[in-house]
Ligand binder design. Structure first.
Ligand SMILES: [Ca+2]
Ligand SMILES: [Ca+2]
Ligand SMILES: [Ca+2]
Ligand SMILES: [Ca+2]
Length: 444
């Protein structure tokens, strides 16, 4: 069998065992899972059983960063596949979201090709909560979602219809065989050292932790509410779960905007009156470098003229000095709005395409926003946040209107309306000393 030779190539410290009898701990059958009448059979029909000298005291705990919002722990390299002898058994992976809450979108299952046979068979996906004290899958949150693969290796199963949102803790995705060997698919496992405790077996109505040295290749694509946020940490940018790179100096003031109007917000820094901007969310050279403002000014950015491009400006003791181009030159707007001690904020509060101005009056936690880039009275005035919070703005729910939020020691507290009221989102991202940044990093 081809599988054996692949294993030898992998040349990890592997001890091969011929077979393993699983002595599963007894447990209540999980809700909604169909059990096979012959479920008493607990033989694990893997073509090769692998036993690695696990270092249990040093589990890897950092998830591999994958495509945007894809949780997974395998290393992406299929080594071989597993299948159970009987229907009603399966494999599960434990997932730990990077932020909360997350909506479960897609289960990704990797099938080893052309074994045990060359056909595809129907299987089922279930989702379990991580609410069990012994860390095994707990409450069944949803399923079955039936699916038949259309190709080998990764197959996407849409589980968004289950409507599952994970607010805290872990969750599990179970791939359940609906047919017995050899008329079934084989779940791939990887070549990497395991994220120990994440790969689980389900057989005979019982859960047991995989004792093998590999990870089951099940992933989950999630939707988070942190798509448009990030932090600047001493010259490093950490934007949602997707980007992490260095740009700028630790003492720079981070700025963000869609400098080239391609729909994607990118990064930049303000350094003593100099603007250093880049059109990509990555390390590299500046695309723009020019002077505008004084060293003590507070930089602001926005699409002041609704042409799709974010440009620059400064807030100087209550005076706004804005420009419609990312270059040195004269101000296009100059007016007073706010007090010297206010913190300036910008955004398209009314969704008309034009970014306008506002201030956060820290002492009261008060927002004072205006829909025009001119002096005048406030269009919105309300309280949201504490004196020590850092104000943030963004279109959290993608409805075209920019709204408010605060960053409080690593916690984001966001609201979808420009009014007082409770938070719509509350999650942790970043450290207390980080500088929060917002933007539409992927243009989506
Ligand atoms: Ca852009
Ligand atoms: Ca513009
Ligand atoms: Ca507007
Ligand atoms: Ca909005």
């Amino acid at each position: 069998m081809k599988i054996g030779s692949v294993i030898l190539v992998a040349a990890i410290t592997v001890t091969l065992l011929m077979a393993q009898t699983m002595n599963s701990a007894s447990a209540e059958p999980p809700a909604k899972v169909k059990l096979n009448p012959s479920g008493e059979q607990k033989e694990n029909l893997e073509q090769e059983q692998h036993n690695v000298e696990l270092n249990h005291s040093e589990p890897r705990a950092i998830p591999v960063e994958r495509a945007y919002n894809e949780l997974g722990y395998d290393d992406g390299w299929e080594l071989s596949g597993h299948a159970w002898t009987c229907a009603g058994s399966g494999y599960a992976v434990r997932f730990t979201p990077l932020t909360y809450p997350v909506d479960l979108q897609t289960a990704r299952i990797n099938f080893w090709p052309n074994w045990p046979n060359i056909y595809h068979e129907r299987f089922a996906i279930y989702v379990y909560a991580g609410d069990s004290r012994d860390r095994q899958p707990g409450t069944c949150l949803g399923g079955p979602v039936y699916h038949t693969a259309t190709n080998w290796y990764w197959n996407d199963v849409d589980i968004s219809g289950l409507g599952i949102t994970i607010e805290r803790g872990d969750f599990y995705i179970l791939y359940l065989q609906l047919s017995g060997y050899p008329d079934c698919e084989a779940l791939s496992f990887d070549r990497g050292q395991p994220y120990y405790g994440r790969s689980w077996n389900y057989s005979g109505g019982s859960w047991s932790l995989s004792q093998q040295a590999y990870n089951y290749m099940i992933r989950c694509v999630v939707k988070t509410q942190e798509n448009d946020i990030g932090v600047f940490r001493n010259g490093q940018w950490i934007l949602s779960a997707r980007y992490r790179f260095n740009f700028g100096n630790p003492t720079d003031i981070p700025v963000t905007g869609d400098w080239n109007g391609d729909g994607e917000s990118t990064i930049g820094v303000y350094r003593n009156g100099q603007w250093i901007l880049r059109d990509s969310n990555s390390a590299g050279a500046a695309d723009y470098r020019f002077n505008f403002g004084n060293p003590t000014d507070i930089p602001v950015t926005g699409d002041w003229n609704d042409d799709g491009e974010s440009t620059i400006g400064v807030y100087r003791n209550g005076q706004w000095i804005l420009r419609d181009s990312n270059s040195a030159g004269a101000a296009d707007y100059r007016f007073n709005y706010g007090n010297p001690t206010d913190k300036p904020v910008t955004g398209d509060w009314n969704g008309d395409g034009e970014s306008t101005i506002g201030v956060y009056r820290k002492i009261y936690g008060q927002w004072i926003l205006r829909n025009s880039n001119s002096a005048g009275s406030a269009d919105y005035r309300f309280n949201f946040g504490n004196p020590t919070d850092k104000p943030v703005t963004g279109d959290w729910n993608d409805d075209g209107e920019c709204t408010i939020g605060v960053y409080r020691n690593g916690q984001w507290i966001l609201r979808n309306s420009n009014s007082a009221g409770s938070a719509d989102y509350r999650f942790n991202f970043g450290n207390p000393t980080d500088k929060p940044v917002t933007g539409d990093w992927d243009g989506a």
